[in-house]
Ligand binder design. Structure first.
Ligand SMILES: [Zn+2]
Ligand SMILES: [Zn+2]
Length: 218
């Protein structure tokens, strides 16, 4: 065997051992599960055993968008937060551990709480899950997910995904599915559109992310 062949064999051995080890973990560590998170804005991917969103340094908004912590928009001030909590269903029937019952909190009680606690306990799930639309760049139409943009283009310009997929398959016969970015590129080229310009108009056109989703479904 030549030297480089030995190297390849060793590499393969290592991979097999690694795979067996991973399988062992999967089979025997019952509470362990593999999770992976993808930022819908920059595409960063994190995966690991029993990994939570916080370890991945990402958060998920109420509309299900996942994005990096450092891409989140600025949190409202404490004063604004309290206003939001009081006006929102966030303050309806909250669990109070002191009296072991549910109740609404008053403005005076909220004012003395730490800003982070307000955020983690009232406005989101532990600060990472179900964060409100105001900090999500996708909900605010500052960034977009490829999934949303391709759904928008499909409805607005009516180019079938089959048409685009046929084109992709001509170049790569083994391909089994169409990627969102391929659909976007195809339609934008066909109608001379600019994705950033389209998304910049959504705020004016739809106002809120929910209105946008409703339009997509309609
Ligand atoms: Zn990101
Ligand atoms: Zn969002």
């Amino acid at each position: 065997m030549k030297f480089y062949q030995i190297l390849i064999v060793q590499q393969l051995d290592f991979l097999i051992i690694k795979e067996v080890f991973m399988k062992f973990r999967k089979d025997f560590v019952t509470n362990s599960s593999s999770s992976s998170y993808v930022c819908e804005i920059c595409g960063r991917t994190e995966s690991g055993w029993d990994m939570g969103l916080s370890e991945a340094e990402m958060m998920e908004c109420v509309n299900g968008h996942t994005f990096c912590n450092d891409e989140a928009l600025k949190r409202p001030s404490k004063k604004e937060l309290i206003q939001m909590i009081l006006e929102n269903e966030w303050n309806k029937d909250r669990w109070d551990s002191e009296i072991r019952d549910n109740r609404d909190f008053t403005e005076e009680e909220l004012i003395v709480m730490e800003e982070d606690d307000l955020w983690d306990n009232f406005c989101s799930e532990s600060g990472y899950y179900d964060v409100p639309e105001c900090v999500c760049p996708i909900c605010q139409f500052i960034e977009y997910s490829e999934y949303d943009l391709s759904a928008y283009l499909l409805k607005e310009y009516g180019v079938s995904r089959d048409e685009v997929f046929a084109e992709v398959k001509q170049l790569n016969k083994r391909r089994r599915k169409l990627y969102e970015n391929e659909y976007i590129t195809y339609v934008c080229k066909k109608f001379d559109l600019n994705p950033t310009e389209i998304v910049a108009n959504w705020k004016e056109k739809f106002g809120t992310y929910n209105a946008f989703k409703k339009w997509l479904r309609g």
